[in-house]
Write a new protein. Structure first.
Length: 303
């Protein structure tokens, strides 16, 4: 199996548990706080690592206390540091988790969201068949470097998760990405707000007309919609006791990539992704432990 290039951020998630988001001028006591590795690309790569899917985490690491934390945790996990930028601070993400598990993000962007195409010369792209990208990096001024790299490597299958910032991405950047026929992965709100459709199935068809490729729209506890060959199918979700929803979407697309590369049809890959995402929302933070992952996959029924 060839590698997937995972382009994007690795950050420090500072997870703060609060009863609720305070109103302006209000004072609330937090329940707990802790730090762990996060960032869309890291979360995706973690799911690929759990599933044994070959990949390279193409994530720049910056300087400062957050950069040192990221570099140390990557080393502890045995993940090579893709490139270290000693003159640009690494950022962090404040994850406010309310009772009920809903999360709100406040991000401080740094080196982890920057990208240079020439960094990819250290990679043997002949040993890769796919690439994951996120909308957050495309929105940055250096996002054009990612697009240019992809345009030079049209042999790679592009998995694109635009995220909630999809409406703020430059239209010409999106148009160039859509011409690459990416596999899109969005949630209901992102798909509907971008297309102007109230029905996610209609949003899926609208997006398909732009890319001509399969796509997935996640629906939270209701599961996901998948579209392939202009046909929409609902894949039911799995029940979960929500701890927090951090990283659920990243884990979903990471699992989707993994099971597609294993040869699963799209519907079955989405089913496995739904199951793993449900396990993530029942876990504190964005990632499953190897032990929890093994517990989940033992429940898989492969047809």
């Amino acid at each position: 199996m060839k590698q997937t290039l995972v382009i994007g951020s690795t950050v420090v998630d500072i997870i703060v548990q609060v009863p609720r988001i305070p109103a302006t001028g209000e004072d609330v006591n937090i329940v707990s706080q802790h730090m762990q590795l996060g960032g869309c690309a890291y979360n995706v790569s973690h799911m690929l690592r759990l599933t044994g899917t070959p990949h390279i985490l193409c994530s720049p690491v910056g300087s400062g206390i957050y950069g040192d934390y990221v570099a140390a945790r990557l080393a502890d996990t045995g993940i090579p540091c893709f490139i270290r930028l000693d003159n640009i601070p690494n950022g962090c993400c404040y994850c406010l988790v309310e009772d009920g598990g809903e999360r709100s993000f406040m991000s401080c962007h740094g080196a982890e969201y920057l990208f240079q195409k020439n960094w990819m010369t250290r990679i043997d792209c002949n040993n890769a068949d796919s690439v994951y990208i996120c909308g957050l990096e495309i929105e940055e001024p250096t996002g054009i470097e990612i697009i240019s790299f992809l345009e030079e490597h049209t042999e790679l299958i592009v998995f694109f998760a635009p995220g909630p910032r999809i409406q703020y991405l430059p239209a010409d950047h999106l148009e160039r990405l859509f011409r690459l026929k990416p596999v899109l992965h969005l949630n209901r709100e992102e798909a509907c707000s971008f297309t102007g459709c109230s029905d996610p199935a209609d949003a899926a068809r609208c997006l398909y007309r732009k890319t001509g490729n399969m796509l997935v729209i996640t629906l939270g506890k209701e599961g996901a919609l998948v579209l392939e060959d202009d046909k929409v199918c609902h894949i039911p979700g799995f029940p979960a006791e929500v701890t927090d929803t951090i990283g659920a979407g990243d884990s979903h697309i990471g699992a989707l990539i993994a099971y597609l590369k294993m040869g699963f049809p799209l519907k079955q890959a989405a089913e496995q992704a739904n199951r793993l995402a449900a396990a993530v929302v029942a876990t504190k933070g964005a990632i499953l432990s190897p032990e929890d992952f093994q517990t989940v996959i033992r429940s898989f029924k492969v047809v």
